[in-house]
Write a protein that binds this ligand. Structure first.
Ligand code: PHE
Length: 451
């Protein structure tokens, strides 16, 4: 238990799980997905996915992890007596490593913007800010180095075991991020012409809904909750016996959704104000935010300067607490299953993720010919994981808990041995047995053209 136990306090591990959920998925991916999928209607579907599918999915991963007290693959293995369910764990490890690869690219962009804002480089009109992003991201070397630097940072945290410090820091840094987001929301909504952006977020246009949009909303919900990678299962293996699984999942999902919606409210009014199209894709926050910092605080530019530095620093921190969780899945696996020293397992994950990062970064920068199925490798990895691998992982976790493991085990974990929530258990069981597999299955089949 000594190596498994080196997470911080008991409360710390639930905080760490929230840290895993809150990250670039909320501040970067949610706004750009909302922008590309028509705004308010997408958000409604997103919230429905969180409540109906995300929560039961999270609780299922928690049940598997806490009951088995082992890494993802071993957890499924232990609970199923060596049946092929172990593959669900492998799928999670693969998915999280791919995500780590492309996530580090965007985290690297944030690092670059942090240093650029310290140096005062992203100052200028909307046109300049857009060009700045293109010229930086297509530089042959810079974005690669930032991404690799970010992976190295994650690696150091994983092997040095300084997660305790990170957890402690997140206790006060996350609230600051929250407050800063609120300030930026107000600043952004007060910009001239912001109304268009607010309407886009709040007035649903259901004509834009399609099965593709549903799949994107589902994928975004799971990505944001860190659900379907076995990450929650790995973290739950460190939970204490008295952690209540459903309330913890609920709190994390609520916080996560709030931060995502606040990010939308920060981005779209500002984008409308400076004429940036909501469907600009992955570059959306990078070409919008510098305008907010400059224009909203134009009366006192020094405030804008400080706010921008603080914001990027907090974003980097939020991204780090997420990359740590993705890294931990593979590291725990190689350490426990292959009996590698923790240091060496961490290197395996870092090296594989670095290769993925380099290819992804080049595919959206200096080497646009790096494509898979008509899109950049980066987009491909993003869509493959979020829209297919995560929902598949979550669906299997639900089926596993709903149908395969003894009902008593699920009930004991869900109710903390009958001490709480016994009346909610049947609803949960219904969700994991029928609701989640059916909904996810139907969206998949529709997307594949079968129905
Ligand atoms: N949930 C994280 C975010 O929103 C991303 C993540 C996905 C982390 C999958 C771990 C596993 O940024």
């Amino acid at each position: 238990m000594s190596e498994r136990g080196n997470f911080g306090s008991r409360l710390g591990i639930v905080l760490a799980t929230a840290g895993s959920a809150v990250g670039l998925g909320n501040v970067w991916r949610f706004p750009y997905m909302t922008g590309q999928n028509g705004g308010a209607a997408f958000i409604l579907i997103y919230i429905a996915c969180i409540l109906l599918l995300g929560l039961p999915g999270m609780v299922s991963e928690f049940i598997v992890g806490r009951h088995a007290q082992a890494n993802a693959a071993a957890a499924y293995d232990k609970l199923s007596g060596g049946r092929p369910w172990k593959l669900v764990g492998y799928l999670g490890i693969l998915t999280s490593t791919i995500i780590l690869g492309f996530y580090a690219v965007v985290a690297g962009w944030c690092l670059q913007y942090l240093f650029a804002s310290i140096a005062g480089q992203v100052m200028g009109d909307a046109d300049y800010v857009s060009r700045y992003f293109v010229s930086f991201s297509s530089h042959p070397l810079k974005p690669l180095l930032w991404a690799l630097g970010f992976l190295l940072l994650t690696h150091l945290v994983i092997v040095r075991g300084v997660r305790k410090g990170i957890e402690r820091a997140s206790k006060f840094l996350m609230p600051i991020l929250f407050v800063l987001l609120m300030i930026l929301v107000v600043a952004s909504c007060l910009l001239p012409g912001a109304g268009e952006g607010i309407r886009f977020l709040l007035m649903p246009d259901f004509t834009k809904l399609s099965s593709g949009v549903m799949l994107e909303a589902l994928g975004q919900a799971f990505f944001s909750l860190s659900l379907g990678t076995a990450c929650l299962c790995t973290y739950a293996s460190y939970f204490s016996r008295d952690t209540r699984l459903l309330p913890s999942a609920g709190q994390i999902a609520l916080l996560d959704t709030l931060i995502a919606i606040l990010s939308g409210l920060m981005i779209f009014p500002a984008a409308a104000s400076v004429g940036i199209s909501p469907d600009s894709g992955p570059s959306l926050i990078f070409i919008t935010l510098p305008n907010v910092f400059q224009q909203a605080f134009s009366a006192v530019p020094a405030v804008g300067y400080v706010v921008s530095i603080m914001f990027y620093a907090l974003l980097v921190f939020a991204a780090l607490t997420s990359t740590i969780s993705m890294h931990e899945i593979g590291t725990a696996f190689f350490t426990e299953e292959w009996n590698l020293p923790r240091r060496r397992s961490a290197w395996v994950v870092t090296v594989v993720a670095s290769v993925i990062s380099v290819v992804c970064s080049l595919s959206v920068g200096a080497l646009p010919s790096l494509q898979l199925m008509d899109r950049s490798v980066m987009d491909f990895c993003d869509q493959l994981t979020a829209n297919f691998m995560l929902p598949a992982g979550a669906m299997l976790a639900c089926l596993f808990v709903g149908w395969y493991i003894p009902k008593q085990v699920a009930r004991d974990e869900f109710t903390n041995f009958g001490t709480f929530g016994t009346r909610l258990f049947p609803a949960y069981l219904f969700a994991v047995r029928f609701l989640c597999p059916l909904c996810i299955g139907l969206i998949f089949l529709h997307q594949l053209g079968v129905i």
